[in-house]
Design a protein around this ligand. Structure first.
Ligand code: P6P
Length: 338
């Protein structure tokens, strides 16, 4: 085989190759991940031409959080639902853009998996051409029977995730996923419309070069968080070099850079946001799963995010995630401050 072909590993090929490590695998998860990749390609196509395809700008609507919906938010949300509502692989979905569960239409058979997603995270950055992302979390259904999924199927701890993925629409479009067998990155080759393996077995360094936080909210943080960030800046020790501050206000972009280079992303609780800003089920849990699979860690400041039992679909959670040493240091400062 020509050497150039031996390097062409598509998502489907990689998942199928990996599937061998899942005894009793049926191929349903492989197909579901492929459906997700197709949705990502459609969203990528719109994001890369947003400025000319009249999909820039805002809609007249707001989402459940009172956030103004960007046209691309609505498009991405609809694409993901429609790519998965008829396949017979999903029993229920949930999206950042909808208050309630998204049920499979009666004309289609419900499936086995639960799909929870943030269709376009960081969408307020669309009009300024900053990288944005889509986040997916996949659970097995836990309620008996083969009918429609329920809220119980959705509100599971991250430790039970079957798979998680994110797509980053940046200088290139990448899909990063894990099914519990490590973390693997694929780059979209627009000339053939396929995601090709570009970052096999991603491991995040145990410590890092960057910290990512909205420094502008410093006066609203707890004393423990303020002391932690001062530590990251080396302000407590003349002899220790500071980490670089990298924060572009789009979590997927900050998370992805830190995953590859080492670092910590934090969105802590503060006086204005007592539970932080980020949502547990479709932002913190999937990224915590991926961080852990890459050798990193994600905490709410006190405990592993993957151990948290969600109480409701849109609950928020403080987030410290990335290089294990840096996240455990945050827990130490917050414990001392408790
Ligand atoms: P702030 C985008 O709205 C988002 O959910 C994340 O992608 C991002 O990291 C964060 O909010 C930015 O929030 O308060 O710093 O503007």
């Amino acid at each position: 085989m020509p050497s150039s072909l031996s390097k062409v590993v598509t998502i489907e090929r990689h998942i199928l190759d990996n599937q061998g490590q899942h005894p009793g695998a049926t191929g349903r998860l492989t197909s579901l991940l492929y459906d997700i990749a197709l949705a990502a390609k459609l969203i990528a196509r719109e994001t890369t031409r947003a400025g000319i395809a009249n999909v820039l700008g805002i809609t007249s609507g707001q989402n459940v959080h009172g956030e103004i919906q960007q046209k691309l938010d609505v498009y991405a949300d609809q694409v993901i639902f429609r790519m998965n509502d008829h396949t017979g692989r999903v029993c229920v979905m949930a999206s950042e853009e909808h208050d309630d569960l998204l049920h499979i239409p009666e004309r289609y058979p419900p499936g086995h998996y639960v799909l929870i997603y943030d269709p376009l995270d960081g969408s307020s950055n669309i009009d300024v051409n900053a990288s944005i992302g889509t986040i997916f979390a996949i659970h097995h259904r836990i309620t008996p029977g083969d009918g429609h999924g329920t809220l119980e199927d959705v509100l599971q701890p991250g430790s039970r995730l079957v798979a998680a993925a994110y797509v980053i629409y940046g200088s290139s479009t990448m899909m990063v996923y894990s099914t519990g067998q490590g973390v693997h990155g694929f780059t979209l080759d627009p000339s053939i419309g396929e995601f090709l393996l570009s970052h096999p077995d991603i491991r995040t360094p145990s410590t890092g070069k960057y910290y990512s936080v909205n420094q502008g909210r410093q006066k609203h943080w707890s004393r423990g968080v303020q002391r932690y960030v001062a530590w990251l800046q080396g302000l407590d020790d003349e002899g220790r070099e500071p980490l670089g501050l990298r924060y572009i206000g789009s979590m997927i972009a900050d998370f992805h850079r830190n995953l590859l280079r080492g670092g910590v992303f934090l969105y802590p609780a503060d006086t204005g946001q007592p539970s932080g800003k980020l949502r547990l089920t479709y932002e913190a849990q999937p990224l915590a799963f991926i961080a852990a699979q890459a050798g990193g860690y994600a905490s709410d400041g006190a405990r592993d995010i993957l151990s948290i039992q969600p109480e409701n679909l849109h609950q928020r959670v403080p987030v410290f995630m990335g290089s294990r040493d840096l996240v455990e240091k945050a827990e130490q400062f917050l414990r001392e401050d408790a």
